[in-house]
Design a protein around this ligand. Structure first.
Ligand SMILES: Cc1ncc(COP(=O)(O)O)c(C=O)c1O
Length: 359
């Protein structure tokens, strides 16, 4: 029987046609060599234009670095900002690779538990409990994986004030920007301060997961060191991907991704309601990204056993909470709503049968 994939972080929409056309033209023109280490100026200008038009934020293209996915950006920034034995604070639950970037710099990830009482968000009060002399910075996602939490500009401002007062750095991962379910959530940390490091990606919004392309916006004072690291670690981000991405901010592509965001909103509404109907607890439904982080019904088995058995018995793949941290993670699972409504509906039927058979 065909497995329904609700465990992965990529949609079923495929590549927007204008991006595909640009990619094919770039191959034909032979753009297969290295580019500037910082990335094509024309692409950095498009990104700068995007921030200006969408958020009224002024971002000099010299502050934009094109990276090998957000992953490449995260590696560059943790290498730049963390030294041996320094602490990087991270929300728990959170994107699992972040702790590993800190470890790769011989730094310590410090997991700060967050739960639905604060909509899975950190606050200065919570941070101050975990900030210590070895703490150097904070890395948050907005919209966040796995919880779909979105920080408001006021909340980001308060976090940034705390970080500045403690001479630390703030990194915000905005790779799910544009997949927002509430219009008032539309902003970027770049509007709070040009000292915040922002990470973004073509993977999620533009359906380019395999093209390995993302970007960083860095404070002016960090750009020269960042360029040295980028040159040495990567030489440059993939050339054809950069040329393809030049079409990402065109009106045609933007119309496509806006439609996709509407489709994801419908899927989110369907799935949250259906899972609640099956006894899952969802106290803070996602405000962005494409995951539901749901608490297992009280009488069910715990997270990892739930995921293994659901896959083996009903062919539905979901991700155990234990992938995202240690904060009551055994009680949670993450469902992606990256599949069609008809597929999600079939998955819900299978999950319902699985839960019935358990009891
Ligand atoms: C929060 C978050 N950051 C970064 C990434 C990595 O993105 P990329 O494909 O751009 O490397 C992911 C991928 O799932 C993610 O969920």
């Amino acid at each position: 029987e065909k497995v329904i994939h609700m465990e992965i972080g990529e949609t079923d929409f495929g590549l927007p046609a204008p991006i595909e056309r640009h990619a094919l033209a770039a191959i034909k023109r032979g753009y297969s060599g290295y580019t500037e280490a910082q990335g094509l100026l024309s692409l950095r200008e498009k990104i700068s234009g995007f921030y200006n038009e969408s958020f009224g934020a002024s971002v000099d293209p010299e502050r934009v670095f094109i990276t090998t996915g957000a992953s490449g950006g995260l590696l560059l920034l943790t290498a730049l900002l963390l030294n041996n034995d320094e602490n990087l604070l991270l929300p728990d639950p959170g994107y699992p690779c972040n702790a590993n970037y800190a470890l790769a710099s011989n730094a310590n990830p410090v997991l700060v538990p967050v739960d639905s009482r604060t909509d899975f968000k950190l606050s200065p009060d919570l941070l101050s409990e975990y900030w210590c002399p070895d703490a150097r910075g904070l890395l948050i996602g907005s919209p966040a994986n796995p919880t779909g939490a979105v920080y408001s500009d006021r909340e980001l401002l308060e976090l940034n004030r705390f970080i500045e007062a403690n001479s630390g750095f703030l990194l915000t991962d905005e790779v799910y920007q544009g997949i927002n379910f509430h219009p008032e959530d539309w902003f970027t940390a770049l509007n709070v301060s040009s000292e915040i490091f922002v990470i973004n990606s073509f993977s999620k919004l533009f359906g380019m997961t395999g093209w390995r392309l993302g970007w960083i916006v860095a404070p002016p004072s960090a750009c020269s060191d960042l360029l040295k690291l980028a040159q040495n670690f990567f030489i440059c981000a993939p050339s054809i991907s950069q040329h393809a991405a030049l079409a990402a901010f065109s009106d045609e592509t933007q119309a496509i991704i806006e439609d996709q965001a509407d489709t994801l909103r419908e899927r989110k509404e369907f799935l949250v309601k259906a899972l609640r109907g099956l006894g899952f607890r969802i106290d803070a439904p996602p405000r962005g990204a494409y995951y539901v982080y749901a608490e297992l019904p009280k009488n069910s088995i715990r997270s990892e056993e739930f995921c293994c058995r659901l896959l083996e018995e009903e062919f539905v793949a979901v991700t155990p909470g234990t992938d995202f941290g240690t904060n009551r993670s055994d009680d949670f699972v993450r469902f992606s709503f990256t599949q069609k409504l008809s597929t999600l509906s079939l998955a819900v039927e299978r999950i319902a049968r699985f839960l019935r058979d358990l009891n």
